[in-house]
Design a protein around this ligand. Structure first.
Ligand SMILES: CC(C)(COP(=O)(O)OP(=O)(O)OC[C@H]1O[C@@H](n2cnc3c(N)ncnc32)[C@H](O)[C@@H]1OP(=O)(O)O)[C@@H](O)C(=O)NCCC(=O)NCCS
Length: 174
């Protein structure tokens, strides 16, 4: 993941600049790199606690928090493209894409509702279309089902996992 620039110690940043609807400024969407692991893990774990604990019991939230530790995230990133949205180096959200499925999609609670999630989802839908995939699907948290519906996804089924709880399969034709 991302080689350092010789001399400066900086990583070259390649990504997509986006301007969100409420005109808060420019955001950058780029691949997650090794140096981002701790911040991205913290964002996911905090969002699980703040946003998802209304829909899942504490044991499930605890299992998910463990599943998104920095070391687990590093392992996940070996098989999945993980993208982050950042503003002035602060991570606002993250999304993963593996085959034609969306994973690990989280926006920091204090930035939810400001268009960051839409930008991240548009970004992976665009990538999926360029790959010629006809559809995208996601095992949506109960928390996010109405968000996906708004984004044009339709419900395809529901599953219950003892460790990670109930999710709803949502799908969109691209
Ligand atoms: C789901 C999530 C990623 C959406 O990100 P977000 O940045 O809040 O979404 P946006 O601000 O881009 O919302 C886009 C539109 O959807 C609407 N929206 C957002 N969340 C919504 C919800 N739960 N129900 C209905 N509409 C919703 C917004 O109002 C906005 O509508 P508008 O364009 O008319 O203003 C974010 O809320 C989140 O992290 N949730 C908790 C974690 C989670 O459950 N993730 C999903 C795992 S599968």
């Amino acid at each position: 993941m991302g080689a350092r620039d010789r001399g400066t110690g900086e990583y070259p940043i390649r990504g997509k600049m986006v301007t969100i609807a409420d005109d808060r400024g420019h955001l950058m969407i780029r691949r997650m790199e090794e140096r981002d692991l701790v911040r991205v893990s913290a964002l996911i774990q905090n969002t699980l606690l703040v946003s998802n604990s209304a829909d899942y019991d504490l044991e499930i939230v605890g299992n998910l928090i463990t599943a998104f530790s920095p070391s687990q995230l590093r392992a996940i990133a070996k098989k999945r493209r993980i993208y982050i949205c950042e503003e002035n180096r602060a991570v606002l959200g993250t999304i993963g894409l593996e085959d034609n499925r969306v994973y690990n999609f989280f926006v920091a609670p204090d930035r939810q509702g400001s268009g960051v999630g839409r930008e991240l989802l548009d970004f992976v839908e665009d990538r999926a279309m360029k790959k010629g995939w006809g559809k995208l699907s996601v095992a949506s948290s109960l928390t996010a089902v109405s968000f996906y519906r708004k984004m044009g996804y339709v419900r395809k089924g529901e599953q219950d996992n003892e460790t990670y709880g109930r999710t709803v399969t949502m799908e969109k034709r691209l």
